[in-house]
Design a protein around this ligand. Structure first.
Ligand SMILES: Cc1ncc(COP(=O)(O)O)c(C=O)c1O
Length: 376
C-alpha cells in the first residue's frame, strides 16, 4: 500500500466549472468566477474586500507594500513558519525579527512579541499554525497599543472560527493560500482579505499592475492608467472556477478532514502519552478545519527514525517548517542557535501524518497501525 501525505480532491463539479469558464471565454483575471469567489469570501468573513491572488506569498507581498515600509523598518514574524511569511517583507526592505512560538500551539508567543517591539517595528505577522488560532486577541491588543499593523497569515485557517469570530478578521489584512496542499485548492492561488477600509483602493491598484483598472471596470473612471507601484497578482478565471467549486464544498471538505483528525487523536492518544509524543493541542474556543495532524517527538533522532519507518511501509509522513532564524538568510538578519528554542525543537521533532479528504478508512487503519507499532 502506498499512502501519500496529501492528494487534492477535484470533483466532476469543479471540472464542470472549469469548462464553463473556458466556454465563457473569460479566462484572464477578474472574470465572473473571480467575482463569485471574492463575494463568497467577503460575505462569509464580513470583510470590506477580498482579492484573489496568484498565491498566499503574493498576498503577503501586497500586504508588505500596503504597510508602506521604509528602510530600516522591522517586521515581527514567527520563527516557525513558511519562508514567505518573512521573505515577502524582506523583499521590500524590511528587517524580519524572528520571535519564538508557544510550546503548545506553536503559535506566536505574545509575551515575546511585546519584548521584540522597537521604535522601528512596523508590522506583526501572525500565523495560525494548522488552522489553530494564535492568541489573536492579545496580539491584536499589543499591535493596537503600539500603533503597529497586524497581518494574519491565515494560509491554514480559512473560515476557521475563534470564539465565534473568523480568523482573518482580526488584522488590518489577512492572507490565504489555495495551494494544492491546502484544505481548499485551485493548485496555486491565494487571497488578500483587506479589513481596514482605508487600504482597499490601494490594494486593488497594487494587484492591477499599479493601475486604476478596478475603478475603470466599475465605471468610476473612463480610462485607466498608471497611478502607483504594483504588479500582476490576479489569477486566471479558470483557476477561480475550480476554486468556486471547492469553496462551495467547504463544509463537506471540513467535515471529512475533521473526521480523520479526530480519529487520529482518539486512536493515538494513549500511545502518544506512553511514549512522550505530543499531539496537536486545540485550545477551547477553536472551531478548526483540521488542516494538519502532527506528532512531536522528544528528540530529532526519533522523528527521523519514524519517517523512515513509515516510508518502509509505503506511508509518506513529512516534517514541516525549519527554523527561519537559522536559515541562510535568517542568519544574515542575526539569527543564532538557541534564540527560539521551541521553534528549534519543533523543526527537529515534528512530523505530519497523511490527512486529505479521500484518505480511506482502510488507509487510515494502516497509518494508525504503523504509528502504534513504532517505539520511539
Ligand atoms: C503559513 C504559510 N504562509 C504562506 C504560505 C505560502 O503559500 P503559497 O504557496 O500559497 O504562496 C504557506 C505555504 O504553505 C504557509 O504555510
Amino acid at each position: 500500500m502506498t499512502i501519500p501525505f496529501n492528494t487534492a480532491t477535484i470533483t466532476e463539479g469543479d471540472i464542470a466549472l472549469l469548462h464553463q469558464s473556458i466556454a465563457n471565454l473569460h479566462i484572464s483575471g477578474t472574470g465572473p468566477f473571480t467575482k463569485r469567489c471574492e463575494a463568497l469570501i467577503q460575505d462569509r468573513l464580513g470583510a470590506p474586500r477580498a482579492l484573489l491572488t496568484t498565491s498566499c506569498t503574493h498576498a503577503l507581498e501586497m500586504s508588505a507594500l500596503l504597510c508602506r515600509l521604509q528602510p530600516g523598518d522591522e517586521v515581527i514574524v514567527p520563527a516557525f513558519t513558511f519562508v514567505t511569511s518573512a521573505s515577502a517583507f524582506a523583499l521590500f526592505g524590511a528587517r524580519p525579527v524572528f520571535v519564538d512560538v508557544q510550546d503548545d500551539t506553536l503559535n506566536l508567543d505574545p509575551v515575546l512579541v511585546e519584548q521584540a517591539i522597537s521604535p522601528r517595528t512596523r508590522a506583526i505577522v501572525v500565523v495560525h499554525y494548522g488552522g489553530i488560532a494564535a492568541d489573536i486577541e492579545r496580539l491584536a491588543a499589543i499591535a493596537q497599543r503600539h500603533g503597529i499593523i497586524l497581518i494574519e497569515d491565515n494560509a491554514h485557517g480559512l473560515f476557521h472560527r475563534w470564539k465565534g469570530r473568523h480568523l482573518g478578521t482580526f488584522g488590518a489584512m489577512a492572507t490565504h493560500s489555495f495551494h494544492e496542499t491546502k484544505n481548499v485548492t485551485c493548485g496555486e492561488g491565494g487571497a488578500l482579505v483587506v479589513n481596514d477600509p482605508s487600504l482597499v483602493e490601494r490594494a486593488e491598484i497594487l494587484r492591477e499592475k499599479g493601475t486604476d483598472r478596478s475603478r475603470f471596470l466599475r465605471g468610476q473612471v473612463d480610462k485607466y492608467t498608471w497611478v502607483d507601484i504594483g504588479s500582476s497578482w490576479i489569477p486566471s478565471d479558470m483557476l477561480a472556477a475550480i476554486l468556486a467549486g471547492q469553496l462551495s464544498r467547504f463544509e463537506s471538505i471540513s467535515a471529512a478532514r475533521l473526521r480523520i483528525f479526530d480519529r487520529y487523536a482518539a486512536e493515538l492518544g494513549d500511545w502518544a502519552s506512553q511514549h512522550g509524543v505530543r499531539l496537536p493541542v486545540v485550545p477551547e474556543g477553536n472551531e478548526h478545519t483540521a488542516h494538519l495532524f502532527s506528532l512531536r517527538f522528544e528528540r530529532g533522532e526519533q522523528r527521523d527514525r519514524f519517517i523512515a519507518h513509515m516510508k518502509e511501509h509505503g506511508i509518506s509522513a513529512v516534517f514541516h517548517y525549519q527554523p527561519l532564524h537559522l536559515s541562510t538568510v535568517g542568519r544574515q538578519f542575526g539569527g543564532r542557535e538557541g534564540q527560539c528554542p521551541v521553534t528549534e525543537q519543533a523543526g527537529d521533532c515534528l512530523v505530519r501524518l497523511p490527512l486529505f479528504v479521500s484518505l480511506s478508512d482502510v488507509q487510515q487503519d494502516e497509518v494508525v497501525a504503523r504509528v502504534l507499532e513504532f517505539r520511539p
